[in-house]
Ligand binder design. Structure first.
Ligand SMILES: [Zn+2]
Length: 307
């Protein structure tokens, strides 16, 4: 949470408090002056207690947030709404026989887009689980990553089909410094977070290890790295070289993480671990489950690896 956000939030709280105070004031105008002053003193005292409580609540929220920062599914925010909408549209399409052909077509298009969203959520969920099984040491390290000032930072991950990629690369991580706090990371998911998109390809797990290497370096060094990045890449026309100039430390870390991933994967297989299910058949299976599903969320799907 930025200082600016804290200030704004406090200001809103004060407005509410003042509004409550004036209502109480109107109720007490008929009483004598002494009584009025006593009430006002009590009100001010209560207001100060309320403000202290408010600050405590803010501190607690920040503290709780910092306790639970994680590698998270980037599709999580709209998941429940998408499931509820799909169920409602499913019922509508089955029960209402008077729907015009055009409206039915629109209904099907909307349902297909909801099925896509839910399926990509489920696929990403399984992908995160696969990575955790294959590279538990690296996973735990990144699951607890902190910025320079010791604040846990969430990593929001999405597996995306190639046509929905934000940039023409097979994987990309997105970083931004927070306004008024150059050591904090922010993404469109909120304060203290970064985001990663990985295209659905066969070697997606390996690509994720590469991106986690960038994240491992940049999250605790975002202020310095932003300056370096702007200086080094501002005139670069190609996305390919970004993050990988000879003196880019995040690029170096990404290659270290690739090697570490291969080592951890090797250890996993040496100990009898099974090969994770490929993403394409997995997506087909998830999509089929999502289409046929009625109300029993979430449905488990088969996977040929072990936990
Ligand atoms: Zn890279």
């Amino acid at each position: 949470m930025t200082r600016e956000f804290l200030r704004q939030f406090t200001f809103n709280h004060c407005l509410i408090t003042l509004r409550l105070s004036s209502t109480n004031y109107i109720n007490t105008v008929s009483e004598d002056v002494f009584c009025l002053f006593r009430k006002l003193r009590i009100e001010i005292h209560l207001m100060m207690i309320a403000m202290k409580t408010f600050y405590l609540v803010v501190v607690c929220i920040l503290f709780v947030h910092h306790l639970f920062a994680k590698i998270k599914n980037g599709y999580e925010a709209r998941l429940e709404d998408s499931r509820a909408s799909l169920q409602a549209l499913n019922l509508l399409s089955l029960e209402d026989k008077r729907i015009s052909p055009l409206a039915r077509l629109q209904l099907k298009t909307k349902m297909a887009s909801l099925i896509d969203y839910i399926s990509f959520y489920e696929l990403t969920e399984e992908f995160i689980r696969q990575f955790k099984i294959l590279a538990p040491v690296m996973f735990t390290e990144l699951d607890n990553i902190k910025d320079k000032r010791g604040r846990y930072t969430d990593i929001y991950l999405r597996l995306v089909p190639v046509e929905k990629s934000r940039i023409p690369l097979s994987a990309a991580s997105f970083f931004q410094t927070m306004k008024d706090d150059e050591d904090a990371n922010v993404s469109h998911y909120g304060p203290f977070s970064v985001s990663v998109d990985i295209i659905i390809v066969q070697n997606a797990l390996f690509l994720l290890s590469h991106e986690l290497g960038h994240i491992k370096y940049i999250v605790p060094n975002i202020a310095e790295y932003s300056k370096f990045y702007n200086w080094r890449y501002s005139r670069s026309k190609s996305h390919d070289s970004m993050g990988h100039s000879p003196n880019d430390l995040s690029g170096k870390e990404s290659h270290i993480f690739e090697r570490r991933f291969l080592e951890e994967q090797k250890t996993y297989f040496e100990h009898g671990g099974k090969k994770p299910m490929s993403l394409f058949p997995l997506l087909a299976q998830i999509r089929k489950n999502t289409k046929n599903r009625e109300s029993d969320y979430p449905l488990l799907f088969a996977s040929n690896d072990t936990r």
